[in-house]
Write a protein that binds this ligand. Structure first.
Ligand SMILES: [Zn+2]
Length: 333
C-alpha cells in the first residue's frame, strides 16, 4: 500500500485526511478551495470517487456524501475513497444551481464535462474534478449525487449511461442497482436529460470508468429521508465492491426506465398537479392543469408516453414553454 495523494493532500495507508485543495484564481487573488476527503484503506481494493454539489443548491446530495464518508473506518477499508461533497463551491456559496459570478460563460457544471484547463469557470472546475481527482486517483467507480434544482422534485432515482465500453456499462448498471433507489434510468443514447452528454457520469463511462449519478429529492427543503437514502446507497455499493464489511439494507422494488420526455406548458398561469413524482401514468393521462389569473382553465398537459413521473416543477406558476414535468418511458418489451 502506498501514499494516497490528491493535490496538496496525502493519506497514508489506514488514514483519513480532509482538507481543501486549490482551484481557479478569483477576482481578489485568492484561490477557490475545494473540500476533499481522502481515505486510504489499510488493505488493497478499488478506488471510488463520491461527489455531490455539482449544483450549488442540492444539499441532500452534499449531505449524503458527508454522512457516507463519515462512517468509514480507514483501518477496516479495502481500497480508497476520494470524496468531494461540494464539487462547485462558487455555486454552493451562493446557494444557487449555477456558477453565478459570470453572465457570459457557460455556468452549469453538469453540462461542461470533461472541461478544459483553458476553458471558462465551469469548464476549469470540471477539468479539475475529472482529470486532477477522478483520473489522478485511478478511480474504478464514480458516484455523483444530485437533487432536483430549487422548485424541481424527483423521487429518489439513479441515472446511468449505456454509452461506453461494455464492461464499464455493465459495472455501472450493477453498482447503480445496488444503490437501491426506487427508480433506475438507463438513458444513454436515448432522449432526455441524462442523454445530453457533458455530464460527469457519461464522460466517465465513455472513458471506461464505471459511473452513475443519483437524484435525491429536491433542493429546498433539504430532507434527511433523501440524504439518508443516498448515504445508505453509497454504503451498499461499497459493500458490493468488497471495500467494507456489513449487511446491505433490505432491497427495494426497482423500476427500470429509459428515455425521459419533457412535458412543457402551452400556456402561462398557475398550475395544479394531478400526479406526484414517482406516480405511474398512461399515455394521454392528464398531468397538470394551468389556470389563468381569472380562474379559467387554459391548458391541460398530458403524458406523452406510458411511464413514470420523474420530476414535477413546483414553482406554482408557469410560463408558456416552461417544464411542468418529466416522464420516463417504460422500456418497450
Ligand atoms: Zn444537480
Amino acid at each position: 500500500m502506498s501514499l494516497f495523494k490528491i493535490g496538496s493532500l496525502a493519506a497514508k495507508p489506514g488514514e483519513k485526511v480532509s482538507g481543501h485543495i486549490e482551484a481557479m484564481e478569483l477576482v481578489d487573488g485568492s484561490r477557490l478551495p475545494i473540500a476533499v476527503t481522502l481515505i486510504n484503506g489499510a488493505a488493497e481494493g478499488p478506488t471510488v470517487f463520491v461527489g455531490g454539489g455539482a449544483h450549488g443548491d442540492e444539499i441532500n446530495g452534499v449531505r449524503a456524501v458527508i454522512d457516507a464518508v463519515g462512517r468509514i473506518d480507514p483501518a477496516r477499508l479495502k481500497g480508497r475513497i476520494v470524496a468531494v461533497p461540494v464539487q462547485n463551491p462558487l455555486a454552493f456559496r451562493a446557494r444557487y444551481r449555477l456558477i453565478t459570478f459570470n453572465q457570459l460563460d457557460q455556468q452549469n457544471m453538469h453540462r461542461a464535462f470533461p472541461g478544459s484547463p483553458a476553458g471558462d469557470m465551469a469548464s476549469r472546475n470540471c477539468h479539475l474534478i475529472l482529470n486532477d481527482i477522478v483520473v489522478e486517483a485511478g478511480c474504478d467507480l464514480v458516484i455523483d449525487c444530485h437533487t432536483g434544482s430549487t422548485g424541481s422534485y424527483y423521487p429518489p432515482l439513479v441515472f446511468v449511461s449505456t454509452i461506453g465500453p461494455d464492461e464499464a456499462v455493465r459495472r455501472s448498471l450493477a453498482a447503480a442497482r445496488v444503490f437501491n433507489a426506487p427508480f433506475i434510468i438507463a438513458a444513454g443514447g436515448k432522449a432526455g436529460v441524462y442523454a445530453m452528454g457533458s455530464m460527469l457520469h457519461m464522460v466517465a463511462v465513455e472513458r471506461g470508468i464505471p459511473a452513475f449519478g443519483c437524484e435525491l429529492g429536491t433542493a429546498l427543503p433539504a430532507e434527511a429521508r433523501h440524504s439518508d437514502l443516498g448515504a445508505a446507497g453509497i454504503r451498499d455499493v461499497l459493500i458490493h465492491l468488497g471495500m467494507i464489511e456489513g449487511e446491505m439494507g433490505p432491497r427495494r422494488t426497482q423500476i427500470e426506465l429509459e428515455e425521459i420526455h419533457e412535458v412543457r406548458s402551452e400556456r402561462g398561469g398557475i398550475c395544479d398537479y394531478l400526479v406526484s413524482p414517482g406516480d405511474e401514468v398512461a399515455k394521454g393521462q392528464a398531468i397538470a392543469r394551468v389556470i389563468n389569473l381569472f380562474g379559467e382553465t387554459v391548458h391541460e398537459a398530458v403524458s406523452p408516453v406510458d411511464g413514470y413521473v420523474t420530476t414535477c416543477t413546483y414553482w406554482g406558476s408557469i410560463n408558456q414553454g416552461e417544464r411542468l414535468a418529466r416522464v420516463a418511458r417504460k422500456p418497450r418489451t
